[in-house]
Structure formats: C-alpha cells, structure tokens
Design a protein around this ligand. Structure first.
Ligand code: AP5
Length: 218
C-alpha cells in the first residue's frame, strides 16, 4: 500500500504516520527527516538543504525526487510505504506516479489532515524531540510521563527544530498554501483523496485516518 499523508506544517503528519506505520508494518518515509539527517551528517546536499529549510522554502524538486526514488528502491519499501511530507509540489506528485507506475504500482490513498492556522503555530512552537531516539513530544499536548525523561528510551536531552520559530512557521504555511495545496484537487480528481479533521486529540485523528484508509472514499 502506498499512502500519502498531506497537510500543512504541524498538522500531525509525522505523529500519525509513525502510528500507522507501526500498526501496518509499513515503512514511514519522511523527506523532512531525511533532509535533517543529511544536514546533521554534514553532506553537501544536507548543507544546502539546511539553508533552504531554515528559510521555510521547499528544497528543489530534483533533489527530493532523486532522494525519494533511491529510498523507494530499497527492499523494505516493497510492501509499501507511508509518505509524510512528500509529494509537496505537482512536479513531485507526477514524478511519484511515474516512479510507482514503473513497478506496476500506484498511490492507494491520500489523507489530508486539516488544522486551523493558529493551532498549527501553537503545535509547532511547543514541539520537542528526544535527542537520543527521536521520539516526538509537545510541551502541552504530549508530555513525557516523567518530567524531562523520554518515555521510549530514558533520554534526558531534547531538541527543537531550527525551522520551528514562529516567523518561519508562517513562511512554511504560505509555501504550503501556494505550492502544496494544489495537490488536493490533483488527488481528488483521481478519486484518491480523503480529508480528516486534524483538530481533535491524537487518538481521534488516528481513528479517522484509519477509517479513511480502510473505508474507501472519504
Ligand atoms: P517537514 O519535516 O516535512 O515539516 P512539515 O511538513 O513542515 O511538517 P512538520 O514536521 O512541521 O509537522 P507534522 O505535520 O509532521 O506535525 P507533527 O506530527 O510533528 O519539512 C521540513 C522542511 O523540509 C520543509 O519546510 C522543506 O524545506 C523541506 N522539505 C521536506 N520535504 C520536502 C519536499 N517533499 N519537497 C521540498 N522540500 C521538502 O506534529 C506537530 C506537533 O503537534 C508535535 O509536537 C505533536 O506532538 C503535536 N500534535 C500532533 N497531532 C496533534 C493533535 N491532534 N493535537 C495536539 N497536538 C498534536
């Protein structure tokens, strides 16, 4: 199964993709995580991407398409994948269709997670990640069980993303509305799109996504 989670920054794509990937035994592919890993490794691609990401702009289609194409050829993607943060432009969506068609596959379902702009800013401003295992938390909405200790690995160091400051979040929202939102009619016309309300608690959003994935049309 090839499933795409679509939505603005902070909508909960990463949170929900992780849950669904674990439940279905599928790989979660996050282009944002791949780019941050490249930046942390200090590769040339990573250094260039870091500057673009910190401005809130999109990294070029060529780089992203090559990166995801290479990743999707790995054996762990044969059963399928949950795409989180890709595609983000019409060129990327068309490239994905061509990539999948070459192996007799196609996109099965696209789930849009809809959240109000002000809620997005609040969510992103409070986001933190365990530096050791990458588990995601939120200052208000998803706190660790023991203050300052990661539930998953016991790590005590947490990081915040450089692009999570309010001005950059607002720039990322503009980019979403101009460059990524046109994917909604693209997938709607192909009968692939379902929209879920992303404003509720994480478990409620998860249940709605599960229903949208399993229940056919949204
Ligand atoms: P990327 O890493 O993909 O960031 P994004 O799309 O902006 O999305 P986020 O990761 O910020 O949010 P999310 O929707 O995953 O929300 P999350 O689950 O974390 O991309 C970063 C940058 O990389 C881009 O700006 C671009 O430069 C570049 N890039 C990446 N892919 C690219 C591509 N394909 N093409 C070109 N450039 C690309 O949740 C957010 C917070 O809210 C968390 O703290 C979470 O705990 C909390 N939360 C989640 N759900 C709920 C809920 N229901 N209620 C309350 N809180 C919630």
């Amino acid at each position: 199964m090839i499933l795409i989670l679509l939505g603005p920054p902070g909508a909960g794509k990463g949170t929900q993709a992780k849950r669904l990937a674990e439940e279905r035994g599928l790989v979660q592919l996050s282009t944002g995580d791949m780019l941050r890993a490249a930046a942390a490794a200090g590769s040339e691609l990573g250094r260039k991407a870091k500057v673009t990401m910190e401005r809130g702009d999109l990294v070029s289609d060529d780089i992203i398409i090559a990166m995801i194409g290479e990743r999707m050829e790995q054996p762990d993607c044969r059963k399928g994948a949950i795409l989180d943060g890709f595609p983000r432009s019409l060129a990327q969506a068309e490239a994905l269709d061509a990539m999948l068609a070459a192996t007799g596959r196609g996109v099965d379902r696209v789930v849009e997670i809809k959240v109000d702009d002000e809620a997005l800013v609040t969510r992103i401003a409070g986001r933190l990640t365990c530096a050791k295992c990458g588990s995601g938390y939120h200052d208000t909405f998803r706190r660790t069980k023991v203050e300052g200790v990661c539930d998953s690995c016991g790590g005590r160091e947490f990081t915040r993303r450089a692009d999570d400051i309010e001005a950059t979040v607002r720039a990322r929202l503009k980019v979403y509305n101009t460059q990524t939102a046109p994917l909604l009619p693209y997938y709607r016309q192909r009968g692939k799109l379902a929209t879920v309300d992303g404003m509720g608690p994480m478990a409620a959003v998860e249940a709605d996504i599960r229903a949208a994935v399993d229940g056919g049309k949204g």
